[in-house]
Design a protein around this ligand. Sequence first.
Ligand SMILES: [Zn+2]
Length: 283
Amino acid sequence: MVESLPALPDLGVPSVDAHAHLAMLEDPAAALVRASRAGIALVATVVDLTESPEATLGGLEGWMSAAGRYLEPEGLAVPEVRLIVGWHPHNASAGDDALFARLRELAADPRVGGFGELGLDFHYDHSPRDDQRAWFRRHLELAREVGLPVEIHLREAHDEGLALLREVGVPEAGCIIHCFTEGPELAERFLELGCHISFAGPVTFKKAEALREAARIVPLDRLLVETDCPFLAPHPYRGRPNEPAFAVLNAATVADVKGVAHAEVAAAALENARTLFGRRHVR
Ligand SMILES: [Zn+2]
């Protein structure tokens, strides 16, 4: 039996969780079951090559088939899962050439939809900033070379992140600013560069007026929704473990602030994710 969640909004059409950490969840298969029941058709999950990548690379098939056994009798499909591979700026100092070679190899794996999460985190500074900068640049260059999109993590480093993106160039296949937490001015600067903006649980938080203002101005064809689970569960579930099903709460909030139907945001986000993670843009 898979435990069910409290009632979630019915968006009317399938949607997406564009950034999850399935391997960090207590029961990834059960989370996929609940995601499907909530209308999530696609989950992009992060695989950090410096942590335990085999948990996902070796575990995914098992999660999918376990989820399928529950969902089939309900007439529901297991969400499609795409892998986002790379390493977090927190882990920049653990990166090396062997892992980079592995990343290049994984780019050819048909399950891989993009690289990430890469970027800069000057809030925690878990890795020296120069290591963060160096890998940000190399991951970005490789993404451009192999024709994959990137999911970018920026914390207290947006100006430098923008400058580096401008200098190296945004991958043609796409560039997603994951878990965007800033206001409309900064959103505008990323949009001008051609980036997509992805909204997670913080868009539902009480004090996040500036962030909701950003959601208001991001056009539907540049917008994604995600959970970043197990972190950042949306209101009213703040504090409990997050999971892909809760992406529908973020989509509903984004739709409400934009004053459009929930289905419109759900459909746009799914379509954008399929375009970004599902096709190759090799030059
Ligand atoms: Zn994340």
